[in-house]
Design a protein around this ligand. Structure first.
Ligand SMILES: Nc1ncnc2c1ncn2[C@@H]1O[C@H](COP(=O)(O)OP(=O)(O)OP(=O)(O)O)[C@@H](O)[C@H]1O
Ligand SMILES: [Mg+2]
Length: 253
């Protein structure tokens, strides 16, 4: 039995533009299940990032309901939303937003200290473990400006995981990386998913999309179609890729 983790019902988001309404999300109905690796694709401007921000409560929807593990997010107060995001969601974006005057290690631990679920010593131990998992423990004491883009992205993932989130949101996490670094980041996300972590990722990159168990295609703020794939493994990638490419081309991608 798959449990619904995040649910959107009739989700709409509009922006007022010179007196006219720009309808960016139009009546999105979506259920994300525990343990899924879901990828959202669609052309630029189709509303992918807006959907991610609205689902996580980082941005308020104009109308509709969002339910996260049984809790309505759309009418939750800002401070409770922030607390919930901190304690049970992780965020990895193309621009990593590491704090520039904190070291890699401090960027990760601060997120744990603020959450207050673990004692500082435990946060530090966990941060070390995550740095090892990401293969960047030797960079712990460097500033973000002293490590590469791929290493910064790993640090950002470590930070996203410090509070053991149930769901990781990723918006083009490989967009700013070369293909080797991008591949490594995708391997990390796949491994996390294999261990039961839920992932919701937006990407333009077919290689990244292949990691999904479920692909969703947005056109003009609406879900145009979706596709299920078997759990990702490194075998049979050619066939998986041609299946995804033919679906994408049927979507006008
Ligand atoms: N704060 C805002 N105010 C007004 N319009 C906005 C705002 N944020 C986004 N939009 C508009 O909403 C639409 C969807 O934007 P969004 O960033 O969700 O697209 P996207 O699918 O993520 O595109 P990309 O692939 O280029 O990242 C765009 O037309 C954009 O201009
Ligand atoms: Mg975007």
């Amino acid at each position: 039995m798959k449990n619904v983790m995040l649910q959107a019902a009739n989700l709409c988001k509009s922006y007022a533009n010179n007196g006219t309404q720009n309808h960016v999300l139009r009546n999105i109905n979506l259920e994300l299940y525990e343990g899924e690796f879901t990828v959202i694709m669609g052309s630029s401007g189709s509303g992918k990032s807006t959907l991610l921000y609205s689902l996580s409560g980082m941005d308020r929807a104009t109308s509709g309901e969002i339910t996260y593990n049984g809790l309505r997010l759309d009418n939750l107060k800002e401070d409770r939303l922030a607390m919930l995001r901190r304690s049970s969601m992780g965020f990895v974006f193309q621009q990593m937003h590491l704090v520039q005057n904190l070291t890699v290690f401090e960027n990760i631990t601060v997120a744990g200290y603020i959450n207050k679920k673990l004692k500082p010593k435990e946060v530090e131990k966990k941060a070390l473990g995550l740095l090892q998992m990401m293969g960047i423990e030797r960079l712990a004491d460097r500033l973000p400006s002293q490590v590469s883009g791929g290493e910064q992205q790993r640090a950002a993932i470590a930070r996203a995981l410090i509070n053991s989130p149930s769901l990781v949101f990723a918006d083009e996490p490989t967009g700013a990386l070369n293909s080797k670094s991008g591949h490594d980041i995708l391997d990390i996300l796949s491994e996390l998913n294999a261990e039961g972590q839920s992932v919701l990722m937006v990407t333009h990159d077919v290689k990244a999309a292949l990691r999904a168990g479920r692909l969703i295609y947005l056109i003009d703020g609406k879900i145009a179609d979706e596709m299920q794939l078997p759990k990702y493994t490194a075998e049979g990638l050619k066939a998986r890729e041609s299946q995804v490419l033919s679906w994408l081309s049927s979507m006008g991608w």
